[in-house]
Design a binder for this molecule. Structure first.
Ligand code: BMA
Length: 339
């Protein structure tokens, strides 16, 4: 009997492997990782940092494809099992609100979130500096660009999968124009998806080594009986550059800028060859999580070393009890985050 209730749909065909007997960690990796390898498409050298959702009895996803000219764009992919993916050969073409073609100069780290009957893609693009871009679709054929929610610089954002008190909620991480040696997670709200405000601080980098440089939202928050379950990335610096790990927190359901629990330890950190070696070594970057409400199973999709996509598994009971038993939320995390 599951203790935690996941407030999403049933997903019996969720990609899944049982926790290995010897595994003590809160997340465990798919034994066939990485699920997307190099040169997945003609003209695309690497796919990583990508997001997926169930769609019409199968799965659909938006994928960060690094072209062979080095410029990232978003590609659409489909899968029957969430593991083996077929990609459209051409990058997604957007239209603006008037139906005119719109293509950003580049687009990366897409998230895919369904709110009511619409699917939203949120990514990083140029807007006179790195900023958040956004589009909506209902059929994955026409992708209508919506206004950029925030001013530059901001490179990391994810929408909540339902409105809270009638408003859209978005997490983001204001940054600089470079590789950003700082960064906290903020929350913003909007009644119409056009004007965003009521900005609140959710949580900042911490003194813990694995997240002492910056943090950023990852998968869309998962609604559970214990709060919004957030998988995020935490970054530390070393003499050989940044290391990206996966962290976990629970946010208040009605006031998500209030952190209820925040795990002191990473949930997953680079330790496999496909996480430690690649275009950018030592990166585990979560962008999506699928859940099955019936079993509490969760499959997390994360980018590896800016080169691959991998899967890690957990259950709501397992990961939430781990987060709670390793809670390190501080007064500043627990407050509403308004000054
Ligand atoms: C961040 C983002 C991610 C990337 C990470 C590591 O700033 O650009 O797309 O995975 O750096 O290179």
């Amino acid at each position: 009997m599951n203790q935690v209730i996941i407030k999403t749909e049933s997903l019996p065909k969720l990609p899944w492997q049982e926790q290995p007997d010897a595994c003590q960690t809160p997340l465990w990796r798919y034994t066939e990782n990485p699920i997307i390898r190099r040169n997945p498409l003609p003209g695309v050298a690497r796919i990583f940092n990508s997001a997926v959702l169930p769609y019409e009895g199968a799965y659909i996803g938006v994928f960060r494809g690094e072209q062979t000219n080095g410029i990232p764009f978003i590609y659409l992919g489909r899968s029957k099992d969430g593991i083996h993916w077929k990609f459209e050969p051409e990058k997604i073409s957007f239209v603006d609100e008037n139906g005119n073609a719109f293509m950003p100069k580049y687009a990366y780290d897409p998230r895919l979130v369904k709110v009511e009957d619409t699917y939203y893609i949120i990514w990083c693009q140029d807007a006179y500096g790195a900023a958040i871009g956004m589009a909506k679709t209902q059929d994955f054929k026409t992708f209508v660009r919506v206004e950029n929610p925030f001013l530059p610089f901001n490179r990391n954002a994810v929408l909540f999968p339902r409105k809270v008190d009638g408003k859209f909620f978005m997490l983001s991480r204001p940054s600089d124009s470079g590789h950003t040696p700082f960064g906290d997670i903020f929350l913003s709200e909007s009644k119409d998806l056009e004007y965003w405000g009521h900005h609140r601080h959710v949580m900042g980098k911490s003194g813990r080594w694995w997240e002492n440089v910056k943090i950023g939202g990852g998968a869309a928050p998962i609604e559970t009986s214990e709060g919004w379950l957030l998988f995020y990335h935490g970054v530390t610096n070393t003499c050989n550059g940044f290391v990206y790990s996966i962290g976990g927190a629970l946010l208040d359901l009605e006031e998500p800028s209030k952190v209820l629990y925040r795990c002191s330890d990473f949930l997953l950190t680079p330790e496999m060859p496909y996480e430690e070696m690649g275009f950018v070594p030592n990166v585990c970057f979560p962008c999506a999580a699928l859940c099955d409400a019936d079993t509490g199973r969760i499959a997390i999709y994360y980018g590896c070393a800016d080169s691959y996509v991998s899967l890690a598994f957990t259950t709501a009971d397992r990961v939430i009890s781990y987060i709670k038993s390793h809670d390190a939320a501080e007064a500043e995390d627990r407050e509403v985050g308004r000054r």
